[in-house]
Design a protein around this ligand. Structure first.
Ligand code: 13P
Length: 249
């Protein structure tokens, strides 16, 4: 059975003091749930977050990492460094990293490989832009992103992969994909994986939806059969909203 997951991507928000305050609220309010709950603070707060949440069921994950093992990559962080801080899971390929930091499916394939070499789990983000949807190319674009970044993997590697479908037009815009649009795409993603691997791999992979998920719309989106949870941006910065979204799964 694939896992239900709710992950909060804090992006470039919260200094150390704000991180402490938000985590302590989350710890107090977090409901009992069968779902896996994750938070992704900025690099500088990872260790603090790990120490704060180590006894709780909430996992601390990273927002990015480099593909190299180490070396002359000023400003970058490696898989080994993340693991040494207790981090087991990393978000890769977020559309903001693709748009502002020139990440491509090809460089992301290397990051995926680096994460797997270190036995980490990768939350791979992908999704079409508004023009792709308007021109009815959204399925093609998504298929290409999956193929280029992930389809070189062996079937056995997929146990360490979580997918996050995040249509770019729905991120931070307040415009959410309808539950039907999310389901349609998630079903397509699962079918594409089944065709390239097999039903077992396709059924086992958790596919999260991301893009303007809020307490008001979470339940309907999460109730779709191929939506296994959410990657939450803005609403993960308020303990009350994030907890309500966890409650909705
Ligand atoms: O990018 C996202 C999560 O990674 C979604 O962001 P919002 O929830 O703010 O739209």
């Amino acid at each position: 059975m694939r896992k239900k997951i709710v992950a909060g991507n804090w992006k470039m928000n919260n200094n150390l003091g704000e991180t402490e305050a938000l985590l302590s609220k989350l710890l107090k309010k977090m409901p009992e749930t069968d779902a896996e709950v994750m938070v992704a603070p900025p690099f500088i707060s990872l260790r603090l977050a790990f120490d704060t949440l180590v006894q709780s069921p909430v996992e601390v994950v990273a927002q990015n990492m480099h593909f190299a093992e180490n070396g002359a990559y000023t400003g970058e962080i490696s898989a080994d460094m993340l693991k040494s801080a207790g981090i087991q899971t990393v978000i890769l390929g977020h559309s903001e990293r693709r748009a502002y930091f020139n990440e491509t499916d090809e460089s992301l394939a290397k990051k995926i490989d680096a994460a797997l070499r270190h036995d980490m789990t990768a939350i791979f983000c992908f999704g079409e832009e508004l023009e792709d949807r308007k021109s009815d190319n959204h399925f093609k674009v998504v298929e290409k992103q999956l193929k280029n970044a992930l389809f070189h993997l062996k079937a056995s590697a997929w146990k360490n992969i979580i997918l996050a479908y995040e249509p770019v037009w729905a991120i931070g815009t307040g415009e959410t994909a309808t539950p039907e649009q999310a389901q349609e795409m998630h079903k397509f993603i699962r079918k594409t994986i089944a065709e390239n691997y097999n039903e077992k791999v396709a059924d086992g992979v958790s596919i999260l939806y991301g893009g303007s998920v809020k307490p008001e719309n979470a339940k309907e989106i999460f109730s779709q059969p191929d939506v296994d949870g959410g990657l939450i941006g803005g609403a993960s910065l308020k303990a009350k909203d994030f907890v309500a979204i966890v409650d909705a799964i």
